[in-house]
Design a protein around this ligand. Structure first.
Ligand code: APR
Ligand code: PHB
Length: 392
């Protein structure tokens, strides 16, 4: 098989890229190792930055998001039994975020692709990218029990943290920056309306807690737990009790509503950046190139930024012969990636309790939170980071 752009991976990065290339009339083939049901059901984050929602709309993939997504004008910080609302549009000149699950974004993009796009092969596992330094790169993949070759002009590795695309960049040319955290997030989905109409980020001496949602009747919540925790070690009652403790406040109006837990999982916290994000005709996008700690929900948004940048750059080259944007791809993306790493790591540090935290560390965290509530420039900095860094 031959195409212009070989896209490895049908997560949000690969699926949106395929849509953008379809819209631009650039031929592409998507290879995805898992089956459709798996990709459509995998639980991930669900906060779309202002620019991400706009990018989906511009791609003609925002219709259901605009109907069913929940625009959120604020988030709550909870600490020291206090509640503080951060008014996002007031601090950012009108920006807000949209609660719309990543699984729904993927479902919408898969439906569009299957209706009027190029090939999207499920259960097609890329084995290796070859000839990235040449004008004719190839992807070797396995599909239907047979080994095949996809020949192309460009390869975009959208195959996530565990993918194979990154391996085609020689180690001598790669710089990997990493941070691992000694804690993880225990996440639940529960059949109960969210106890608050906006997200609540809570700092507590027992650890971080986050109250989120997927729909007006579906709660998503997280607890900081030690790295290596097995989700099965926590009963539903223990999880609700712990959420109750960590979300405690002096506000007598607050009450945590409990309901049946339908899913439970543990996500490790880590940061990882692979530089550069390009080697010859191989480009890395999304989790294949970078992982952010989940505090602030930047992962999906960064993936969207990468593929919008790539599609724009390749379209420019095709239309004008100017390779400038494509040559700048890695630097352009990495600037935004490092801003998101900075933001996510700072938000993680502000809200989580390290296992070796001292009373001094606790007071520093509380002072940091207090400053956000008291000083408009500090609060603005948080709101700008939360609603997202510009694409250009
Ligand atoms: N061949 C084909 N497909 C592969 C291969 C391979 N060798 N390895 C991995 N994949 C597929 C995975 O099955 C997955 O569907 O690549 C896809 C990668 O998708 P994601 O992990 O979702 O990564 P990405 O599209 O970059 O999305 C960004 O944002 O919220 C965060 O981490 C979260 O998934 C999220 C990410
Ligand atoms: C989520 O709802 O999954 C979520 C929300 C906010 C975050 C991270 C995850 O910062």
């Amino acid at each position: 098989m031959r195409t212009t752009v070989a896209v490895i991976g049908a997560g949000p990065a690969g699926l949106l890229l395929a849509r953008l290339l379809d819209n631009a009339g650039i031929g592409n083939v998507v290879l995805e190792s898992r089956d459709r049901a798996y990709v459509e059901q995998r639980q991930r984050a669900g906060i779309l930055e202002h620019g991400t929602a706009e990018a989906l709309r511009a791609a003609g993939a925002g219709e259901r998001m605009d109907r069913e997504g929940l625009p959120h004008d604020g988030i709550e910080l909870r600490f020291d039994r206090r509640r503080h609302r951060v008014d996002l549009p007031a601090l950012t000149g009108g920006k807000y975020v949209t609660v719309y699950a990543q699984t729904e974004v993927c479902k919408d993009l898969i439906a569009l692709r299957l209706a009027d796009g190029g090939p999207l092969l499920f259960e097609a596992e890329a084995l290796a990218v070859e000839g990235a330094e040449t004008a004719a790169p190839r992807v070797r993949y396995r599909h239907g029990g047979r080994e095949e070759v996809l020949e192309c002009d460009y390869v975009v590795g959208c195959d996530g943290y565990w993918g194979v695309a990154r391996e085609a960049v020689p180690q001598a040319l790669s710089r990997v920056s990493e941070r691992t955290y000694p804690f993880a997030w225990l996440g639940i989905l529960a059949d109960v309306p969210p106890s608050h109409d906006e997200l609540v980020y809570a700092r507590h001496d027992r650890g971080f807690a986050l109250l989120s949602m997927r729909t007006p009747v579906l709660t998503r919540a997280y607890l900081q737990v030690p790295a290596g925790t097995d989700a099965a070690d926590w009963s539903d009652t223990e999880i609700w009790d712990e959420l109750d403790r960590r979300l405690e406040t002096d506000d007598p109006a607050w009450r945590l509503a409990r309901g049946p837990v339908t899913a439970k999982s543990v996500t490790p916290l880590r940061a990882h950046v692979h530089e550069p994000m390009r080697h010859g005709r191989l480009f890395l996008a999304g989790d294949a190139a970078h992982i952010v700690p989940p505090t602030g929900a930047k992962g999906l948004n960064l993936a969207v930024g990468d593929v919008v940048t790539f599609a724009r750059a390749l379209t420019r080259l095709r239309d004008t012969g100017d390779p400038g944007l494509l040559d700048a791809y890695s630097d352009t993306c990495l600037r935004r990636v490092w801003q998101a790493e900075r933001f996510s790591c700072a938000m993680t540090a502000l809200l989580h309790r390290a296992p070796d935290a001292t009373p001094f560390d606790d007071r520093l965290q509380l002072a940091g939170l207090d400053r956000i509530t008291a000083v408009r420039s500090a609060e603005t900095d948080l709101a700008e980071g939360y609603t997202g860094f510009p694409l250009d």
